[in-house]
Design a binder for this molecule. Structure first.
Ligand SMILES: *Cc1c(COP(=O)(O)O)cnc(C)c1O
Length: 406
């Protein structure tokens, strides 16, 4: 039985949607691997990956299988009951990381919301209400709920919505002295993205994360790593903390975890988790069987030596070609990032024009991202085929050439 669907087009967006986004002029309708097709049948190579979400590209057979099998089995029961996919996923995450406990939710913001509430709760229970301050970094991004924009270091996202959550300060990223000057016995948590994603693909220095770990220990503060963007293989390690060798107390994961199906997770130790006792926190959909079944399949594919080694090799392939494009065109001065989270830093002449480059790339049939106005970001599928990398970068090179040659 097929139901006739009314035709829709991009112009409908401006008629019926809240105008908080400004989507591209075309509408993707189908995807397979690292290729996407729009309404007109035009094919594009996808290096945007749904903003570091489609870890296994589009419609990966293992994920389609997991989702459809679960769809024919059990969709939702709420947290009044537990369910098998959620327990399996928690086991996988506990086995693969420092964590001993998992809390599931539906997005990165919710995972961070849980992390911040846990950190405050732990400090409240152990030390009293005075110890509630959170230190975050300038330009950080932690999501769009009121708590997470308050913690995030970008006033453009938090201003204009009335009083913010208080007790939060921001220190420059990768600046250990600044953190040292700010931290005190009132600090309950320090939150850091191991690589700042949204604000330009800026990797942390190892010594910075090591120093932050020590400062937190000295002041009985919890170290939270926001791995919403860096997690689930993005860096070539399952989580970036493993790449750096610095272990947080709380880790948040989302984006790639569901490979395109919404899910978030907060991971922590038993000792900390016990402070979120029955009734202290929750969400209706968290641990939904569909989401957890898909995430289990994502982890089964990503967390293998072959996939993780492949990510490092693909990084080299991207980086070598991008550096060449940068040198030839003068468009960007640096290619940075880890694994398959790569940022091309625009030179002075192109500063502020990342969006123009995205548009030019799309015209040549390749989808890329920006990370702020000065960085073009690549966050492709972790299993993108080498042939797709080569073809996509050839298209990108053509776009850059057209742009720089007028
Ligand atoms: C995307 C992102 C978030 C927010 O995740 P949502 O699923 O959009 O709520 C939080 N932190 C980081 C580092 C992110 O990249």
């Amino acid at each position: 039985m097929s139901v006739e669907q009314a035709p829709v087009q991009r112009a409908d967006f401006d008629q019926v949607m809240v105008p908080n986004y400004s989507p591209a002029a075309f509408i993707p309708v189908r995807g397979e691997g690292s290729r996407v097709w729009d309404q007109s049948g035009r094919e594009l190579i996808d290096f945007a990956g749904g903003i570091a979400v489609n870890a296994l590209g589009h419609c990966h057979p293992a994920l389609v299988k997991a989702l459809t099998e679960q769809a024919n089995t059990l969709w939702h029961v709420s947290n009044v009951f537990t369910n098998e996919p959620a327990l399996r996923l928690a086991h996988k995450l506990v086995d693969a990381t420092f964590a001993e406990r998992a809390f599931f939710c539906n997005s990165g913001a919710e995972a961070n919301e849980a992390a911040f509430k846990l950190a405050r709760r732990v400090a409240h229970d152990r030390f009293g209400p005075e110890k509630h301050e959170i230190i975050a970094t300038v330009n950080s991004f932690h999501g769009r709920t009121l708590f997470t924009v308050s913690v995030g270091g970008q006033p453009k996202y938090s201003d204009g919505f009335g009083p913010k959550i208080t007790g939060i300060s921001h220190v420059p990223y990768n600046d250990l002295e600044a953190l040292k000057a700010q931290i005190s016995d009132k600090t309950c948590a320090v939150v850091i993205e191991p690589i700042q994603g949204e604000s330009g693909v800026v990797p942390a220095d190892k010594a910075y994360l090591e120093g932050a770990r020590k400062l937190c220990d000295t002041h009985n503060a919890l170290l939270i790593f926001d791995e919403v963007q860096t997690g689930v293989g993005r860096t070539g390690s399952l989580y970036a903390y493993q790449h750096y060798g610095v272990t947080p107390d709380i880790l948040t994961s989302a984006k790639s975890l569901g490979g395109g199906f919404p899910i978030g997770a907060m991971l922590t130790t038993t000792d900390l988790a016990k402070h979120l006792a029955v009734g202290t926190h929750g969400t209706t959909y968290g641990g939904n069987p569909l989401a957890c079944a898909v995430a289990c399949a994502v982890l089964d594919v990503v967390n293998t030596p072959e996939t993780l080694a492949g990510i490092k090799a693909k990084h080299e392939r991207f980086k070598a070609r991008l550096e060449k494009i940068g040198q030839q065109s003068g468009l960007f001065t640096q290619v940075r990032g880890v694994g398959l989270l790569i940022g091309c830093v625009l030179g002075d002449a192109w500063k502020g024009k990342a969006k123009d480059i995205l548009n030019a790339a799309e015209k040549e049939g390749v989808m890329v991202l920006q990370a702020g106005p000065d960085v073009v970001r690549f966050a492709p599928s972790l299993v993108v085929e080498d042939a797709d990398i080569d073809e996509g970068l050839a298209r990108f090179e053509r776009a850059v050439a057209k742009l720089t040659q007028g």
